[in-house]
Design a protein around this ligand. Structure first.
Ligand SMILES: NC(=O)c1ccc[n+]([C@@H]2O[C@H](COP(=O)([O-])OP(=O)(O)OC[C@H]3O[C@@H](n4cnc5c(N)ncnc54)[C@H](OP(=O)(O)O)[C@@H]3O)[C@@H](O)[C@H]2O)c1
Length: 330
């Protein structure tokens, strides 16, 4: 069936500027880490991407290694581009990354110019694209000089293979250094992609301050703690959930009774706000002004609809924030 996007797609989404750049991103973005690989059902992956676009989600986040097998999420996305979204390329912000293991030998991971440039070429081929909108260094490399990695990012922009660059999983001090090098090269760092949720708050110590001062946007990943901060696991581990899959990164051992006690209490609080827990968890992440977008994952169209529903209620009273702090301290 031919896809025609909804005319209403820009009516309810919010778009936030990424740091001090000219680029706006939707307040909710969709990541293709799980559920878009070669092991997954193409029709479901396609339905999720198209529903997201219909809801105003213009940003899709990928990486060289997403699958499984590695590379297959980019291939899936490439098929959806070719089949459905090609006419809308200029309405889309597509990102990819390199940093984790991708191929055999000394050039298949980390942060050398050799790896980053080759990997982006491979990603572009898999997705059938001439360029990505954002190219990230996926994780800091303790051995490669930061100058080399940042020069490689600058190079991919100058060669037309990426429009903007970002960094992911960099601690605050390395972020400051990377931002300085990139600024001097003339390719400012657009955005940082750190893990952040009610259950993982490391960015609150220093990173958010650095991002604000440097004018860099922030797109936190796993804002739902891979599904823990939803009602998904309240009645056990359901069939088909991330924790039920051998290749899922959420392991059953991470779903402890202590965590579930907190999730139950948070779920009650969300109900009192007339939201789902997923919506409250996303609104809570978006409460910082530095946050450009929340980067969610999904296995079903309904989860994406639920996430976009977050925008109906983003505010928190100080009493509600206090209750959340108290639950998280338990
Ligand atoms: N830069 C990095 O190093 C890095 C690392 C990890 C992720 N990421 C990026 O961040 C994206 C998001 O990560 P994530 O998938 O871990 O994010 P997440 O939003 O924390 O978790 C997504 C999972 O939560 C469940 N879920 C989502 N919405 C729900 C809802 N409304 N109700 C109930 N359950 C719901 C689904 O689990 P089920 O599958 O069980 O239904 C879904 O697969 C990735 O796709 C990737 O693009 C980046």
């Amino acid at each position: 069936m031919n896809y025609l996007p909804l005319d209403s797609r820009y009516q309810s989404m919010r778009y936030n500027r990424s740091g001090r750049s000219g680029l706006k991103l939707p307040a909710v973005s969709l990541g293709l880490w799980h559920n878009f690989g070669g092991v997954d059902t193409f029709s479901n992956s396609r339905a999720m991407v198209l529903r997201a676009f219909d809801l105003g989600i213009t940003h899709f986040d990928l990486a060289n290694n997403y699958g499984p097998p590695p590379g297959s999420a980019e291939e899936t996305f490439g098929q959806i581009m070719a089949k459905d979204l090609k006419p809308y390329r200029d309405e889309l912000v597509i990102s990819s990354k390199a940093g984790y293991w991708m191929w055999e030998g000394p050039y298949g991971e980390w942060g050398s110019r050799k790896y980053l440039v080759s990997s982006l070429d491979q990603s572009l081929k898999r997705m059938g694209l001439d360029y990505v909108d954002i190219f990230y260094h996926h994780r800091p490399d303790p051995d490669t000089p930061l100058e080399e990695t940042m020069r490689a990012l600058d190079h991919v922009v100058r060669s037309g293979k990426a429009l903007y660059v970002g960094i992911s999983n960099y601690p605050a001090d390395k972020t400051r250094e990377a931002a300085k090098i990139l600024r001097e090269l003339g390719t400012p760092c657009l955005i940082h992609q750190p893990v952040y949720s009610m259950f993982n708050r490391w960015v609150e110590d220093d990173l958010l301050t650095v991002l604000k001062e440097e004018g860099i946007g922030c797109i936190p990943f796993s804002p739902l703690a891979q599904g823990l901060l939803t009602d998904r696991y309240l009645g056990g581990i359901p069939e088909g959930s991330r924790a039920s899959k051998a290749h899922g990164f959420l392991k059953p051992a991470q779903i402890t009774d202590d965590k579930l006690d907190q999730v139950k209490k948070l779920n009650e609080l969300a109900k009192s706000r007339e939201q789902t827990l997923a919506q409250m968890a996303l609104a809570w992440v978006l409460r910082h002004e530095t946050m450009t977008s929340v980067l969610i994952g999904a296995s079903k169209v309904e989860q994406i609809e639920d996430a976009v529903g977050t925008l109906k209620r983003l505010d928190f009273s100080s009493d509600e924030l206090g209750q959340i702090e108290a639950i998280l301290k338990e």
